[in-house]
Write a protein that binds this ligand. Structure first.
Ligand code: GLN
Length: 277
């Protein structure tokens, strides 16, 4: 193999990567192959890669070109202020989900009790717990793989005020009440063509799709939440951008008040909150 300078390797890799952020992705993959962060790469652009490093980087690059999500290839994704471990079997945290965190925080008292249903990597529960260290956060998931990842993230971030429960939505929380319940549940229709595109092809269907209209999980949560909320408590749900009206109607039909939907950065209906009196 010919000598391969780091800055040239990055340029050539970025030219081969599809998508909107080829340079950034090339840096994440090379950083992972070298065990270095992006800042280190900037300062060492004129160094040559060892053969083993070239091989490792090329292998990651080929897998990315084959469609595998960058987050799974490097085993990490940033969310809120946290660097979270992710792996196949858990949903990759999305930037739009930070809206759910932003809306939950002002509704959660300093020492409030919050439940995060379908915690996946733990993104929402850990972000909120990191901002409210005196709050009691309970994170639930039906996937033991996801719970293992979420627990690992709690340990790695040093966040101690989250407990983890295994089970289906509110089922493992029998007899418990919370001041805030949040969830980013699966909300795509089972036949949504997006499931065959991009990162979604590699993510767990359980975390993405929910019945014929995508609302099965949301219906379950809305029906069961009242018996787990303290009076005046809040339920906040992320949903698809075309589902706002249906979610508001379900909440109103179950007796929730102050039902309102917030828009994400793309001005699409994304998170609906409601209050239980
Ligand atoms: N709560 C996790 C997240 O928002 C996982 C959500 C899911 O798997 N649907 O990233």
């Amino acid at each position: 193999m010919t000598e391969w300078r780091l800055d040239i390797a990055l340029l050539q890799a970025a030219a081969r990567l599809p998508g909107p952020q080829p340079r950034f992705e090339a840096e994440l993959l090379l950083g992972h192959a070298l065990g270095r962060d992006r800042a280190w790469l900037f300062a060492h652009g004129n160094e040559s890669l060892a053969v083993a490093q070239q091989t490792a980087f090329t292998a990651l690059l080929e897998r990315r070109i084959g469609g595998e999500p960058v987050a799974y290839l490097i085993g990490a994704r940033g969310f809120w202020t946290l660097d979270l471990a992710v792996q196949p079997g858990v949903l990759i945290p999305r930037p739009e989900t930070e809206l759910l965190v932003e809306l939950a925080l002002p509704r959660l008292a300093r020492d409030g009790r919050l439940a995060d249903l379908g915690t996946g990597s733990g993104a929402i529960a850990l972000a909120i717990a990191s901002e409210r260290p005196a709050a009691h956060v309970t994170a639930v998931d039906i996937s033991t793989d996801a719970l293992a990842v979420a627990q690992r993230n709690a340990t790695a971030t040093g966040i101690g005020n989250v407990v983890f429960r295994h089970g289906d939505w509110l089922t493992p929380l029998a007899g418990e009440r919370f001041t805030v319940i949040v969830s980013n549940p699966p909300y795509l229709a089972a036949d949504d063509p997006h499931l065959q595109q991009g990162d979604l092809r590699f993510e767990p269907a359980l975390a993405l799709a929910s019945g014929d209209d995508g609302l099965d999980a949301i219906r379950r949560i809305i029906a069961d939440a009242p018996s787990h909320l303290t009076p005046g408590g809040y339920l906040l749900l992320e949903h698809g951008w075309t589902q706002g009206e249906a979610v508001r109607a379900l909440l109103a039909a179950h007796g929730f008040v102050e039902v309102c939907t917030a828009l994400d950065l793309e001005q699409r209906e994304r998170v609906t909150s409601a209050r239980w009196l």
